[in-house]
Design a binder for this molecule. Structure first.
Ligand code: PLP
Length: 387
């Protein structure tokens, strides 16, 4: 889509609703869902609610038949409130409160992720006889992902095997293995490496008489920010091949997309509220920053940014910062913006549907961006990816 045409539509919405806003298009999410489920064989999509838990998104995915990866009791409650059955939820956080486990169990959730003995003990006590899956770590993939998840989550293959045995001894039912290659991962081969490691756990479990039937490939599929990305089709092909080569076709493949389900369905619009010169540096301050949805900018996420009505202007380096009285509230120290960018200009950040409003705080009393739904504003995913 011509960026300028889209930007004019966004400008009209900003004038109508004020800023900051996150404009989202449910049609894109519908496309993303279909594209993924059609490409990975024997797959079930468990949408990672944490990426964007807006009720309209959850309702759409409920109606499309999606399952859900939940991280906490409030996420479970939100899904229950719109009639999602507990059988369609997996408690995928490996760090759960005992009381949340008990709540989930009481509601009928039967699937829990683990990567430690103590978590297994908590589940055995609060959710007896439940299904568990063990998360393995994905060390060595840090450089391929903008948002690595290697250290905090998962465990070695050897430890995973002993966890399967331990869970079984406590009366739980080990049904499979999960991993996450890191969010916004650019290298499809990482999925192959992880699935090969899963197969080792499967093999050892089989020796213990435990037949596992589920491979949970987590999230990690990327969204188009500023770098080129592999397509869903390319990553799916690697997953299909690796499952066939190392595990066999007789398993369910669970996919837990967060970023790739909603990221390209949203565009954030902020207003410039101040421009200032500090020595050599030109600073632009906007009405949403690190504490109001642009949190992922503090690691490696580089959003594509434009200033409406100044798309063709020559650009130069700026510092882009948020509105709060906190020095951490700086999105980018080296971003190219039109030379004349100034107060009241509208700054658009593309592909910001995931992990933005979910991180939004009320810090400094400043509200986070509202979500506005606009049907078919982005028209077609392939076109929008070119933005
Ligand atoms: N599954 C689990 C257990 C996660 O923790 C996450 C993200 O943190 C996801 C899935 C979603 O990952 P992504 O947004 O990269 O698709």
């Amino acid at each position: 889509m011509d960026k300028k045409i889209l930007n004019q539509k966004l400008k009209a919405l900003a004038e109508k609703h004020g800023t900051p806003i996150l404009v989202m298009d449910l049609e894109i999410i519908r496309d993303n869902y279909k594209r993924l489920v059609e490409n990975v064989k024997n797959s079930k999509i468990y949408y990672a609610v944490k990426a964007n838990s807006h009720i309209e998104i959850l309702k759409l995915l409920r109606d499309l038949g999606s399952y859900f990866d939940v991280a906490s009791r409030p996420e479970i409650e939100k899904l229950l409130s719109i009639g999602v059955e507990p059988e369609r939820m997996s408690f995928g956080n490996t760090i759960k409160k005992s009381s949340d486990i008990a709540f989930a169990y009481e509601k009928g959730i039967k699937m829990f992720a683990v990567d430690s003995e103590m978590e297994i003990e908590k589940i055995a006590k609060n959710a007896p006889n439940s299904n568990i899956y063990v998360r393995i770590s994905t060390n060595g993939m840090e450089d391929d992902a903008d948002w690595p998840l290697t250290k905090k989550f998962g465990t070695s293959v050897d430890h995973a095997i002993s966890l399967v045995k331990y869970a079984h001894s406590l009366g739980l039912n080990p049904i499979g293995v999960s991993f996450h290659v890191g969010s916004q991962n650019y290298n499809p081969e990482n999925w192959r490496v992880a699935i090969r490691e899963v197969s080792v756990v499967f093999e050892e479990a089989r020796r213990m008489g435990i037949e596992m039937k589920m491979v949970n490939t987590g999230g990690g599929m990327p969204v188009k920010y500023s770098k080129n990305i592999p397509t869903v089709e390319e990553i799916s092909a690697v997953i299909n091949e690796a499952i066939a080569d190392y595990i066999g076709e007789d398993v369910t493949v669970i996919l837990e997309p967060g970023r790739s389900m909603v990221g390209n369905a949203g565009v954030m619009i902020t207003s410039v509220i101040l421009r200032s010169q500090k020595g050599e540096e030109k600073w632009i301050y906007t009405d949403a920053g690190v504490f109001h949805g642009l949190t992922e900018t503090i690691q490696n996420i580089r959003y594509e940014v434009e200033v409406i009505d100044k798309e063709d202007e020559e650009k130069e380096k700026f510092v882009l910062a948020g509105p709060t009285c906190d020095s951490v509230d700086v999105m980018y120290y080296d971003i190219n913006l039109p030379k004349t960018t100034t107060m009241d200009d509208l700054i658009v950040l593309y592909n910001t549907g995931a992990y933005t409003t979910e991180y939004g705080t009320n810090f400094n009393g400043i509200p986070s961006p509202k979500i506005i739904f606009e049907s078919s504003i982005f028209v077609k995913q392939e076109l929008f990816e070119e933005v």
